[in-house]
Design a protein around this ligand. Structure first.
Ligand code: UT7
Length: 324
């Protein structure tokens, strides 16, 4: 059987750091509220770089950290809800920027679950023998979609990108199992970039709204219900012992959500990696940024087995059991 091994990681985060105190100068908020309600202290905002720029920088880092040449890359998948354009896809722009002329390139839109969904698609291409390798990136410049008058959302999000190279192997490693799901019925709890069906002959359209709008409490409840259920199903379906989970990388939305997930799964907090204090919620980028950071810091060792789990707009969720 063919498996998809994670052979390199990479990340790129813009260097403009905005603290909670900086946010409190433009909106009615304060460091104490943001820190205690979310665990976020800082976020990085783009200083002009767009999503394809930070995705391409991430791809370059992944290539540097691997033995692969751009011309040998089979697929590039970018997960994003903040692309530069509706078309071309961010993945096609990345392909051009890094000179990966032989790659098939396309985007996936599954918001904060986007990286997991993208990895799931890439894994299937590899497991079915269609392609030998794939670069999967989560990249977001969410700051361009924030309403800086809405304190309930603008303090939570940040910009950044992260990704991995996966390659075919006969060894039982890499992506071992997955559990994904969607609940479109609850989709209006988190929206962004609404564009009405307006044209020269239609005068009855509603207004466009490019900003992110969120019912925070509804998403909080969804996350604390769906993630423990998803991880439980993931591990139970493959009879994986919870005590053998070396690490968990949850989507970095809120420290309190992570604490509840830990409690419900009875997996201790010290196995959960968190860096939302530094980056805020970077949607599809949050899991691969954290994974790359853990690899760079030597927190994850070869042979470790962990869970990566995302949730968010759609609504969507997805969990994977991965061996490094
Ligand atoms: O990526 C996936 C999507 N996002 C998420 O996972 C987010 C999920 N939700 C959350 O993380 C939390 O619901 C929030 C952090 C968004 C909000 O925390 P909360 O404990 O649910 O607060 P709340 O929305 O119930 O608001 C409590 C109070 C309200 O004031 P009143 O009505 O009690 O007087 C808000 O107006 O806090 C107020 N508030 C703020 N105060 C200071 C809301 N935002 C702020 C703010 N600064 N930035």
């Amino acid at each position: 059987m063919i498996f998809s091994k994670i052979t390199a990681t990479g990340a790129y985060v813009p260097d403009m750091v905005i603290t909670n105190d900086d946010m409190s100068k433009i909106v009615d908020t304060n460091d104490e509220w943001i820190t205690s309600r979310s665990g976020i202290k800082r976020r990085h905002f783009s200083n002009g770089e767009n999503t394809s720029d930070i995705a391409a920088r991430t791809a370059e880092k992944i290539i540097q950290n691997s033995g692969i040449e751009p011309l040998d890359i089979d697929i590039i998948i970018v997960a994003s809800v903040s692309s530069d354009y509706t078309t071309p896809s961010t993945a096609c722009i990345v392909q051009s920027k890094i000179g990966a002329k032989n790659a098939v390139a396309f985007d996936i839109g599954a918001a904060c679950s986007g990286f997991i969904f993208g990895l799931s698609v890439a894994d299937k291409y590899i497991k079915t023998g269609v392609y030998k390798n794939a670069i999967v990136i989560g990249a977001e410049v969410l700051s361009k979609y924030l309403d800086f008058g809405d304190r309930g959302t603008c303090v939570l999000f940040g910009d950044g990108a992260g990704g991995v190279l996966i390659e075919a192997t006969d060894e039982k490693t890499g992506i071992l199992a997955e559990e994904l799901g969607s609940d479109g019925d609850k989709g209006m709890a988190l929206t962004g970039g609404f564009s009405p069906a307006s044209n020269a002959f239609n005068k009855f359209n509603s207004n466009a709204d490019r900003n992110l709008r969120m019912d925070g409490r509804a998403i909080f409840d969804f996350a604390t219900r769906s993630v423990p259920k998803s991880v439980k199903k993931l591990l139970d379906d493959c009879n994986f012992n919870y005590e053998e989970v070396d690490f968990v990388i949850p989507h970095q939305a809120n420290k309190r959500i992570v604490e509840i997930i830990s409690r419900k799964l009875k997996i201790p907090m010290n196995k959960f990696y968190m860096n939302m204090d530094e980056y805020g919620n970077t949607s599809s980028a949050s899991i691969p940024i954290a994974l790359n950071e853990m690899v760079e810091k030597g927190i994850i060792k070869k042979g470790d087995v962990g869970v990566i789990t995302g949730f968010g707009a759609g609504l969507t969720w997805g969990s994977m059991l991965v061996k490094i």
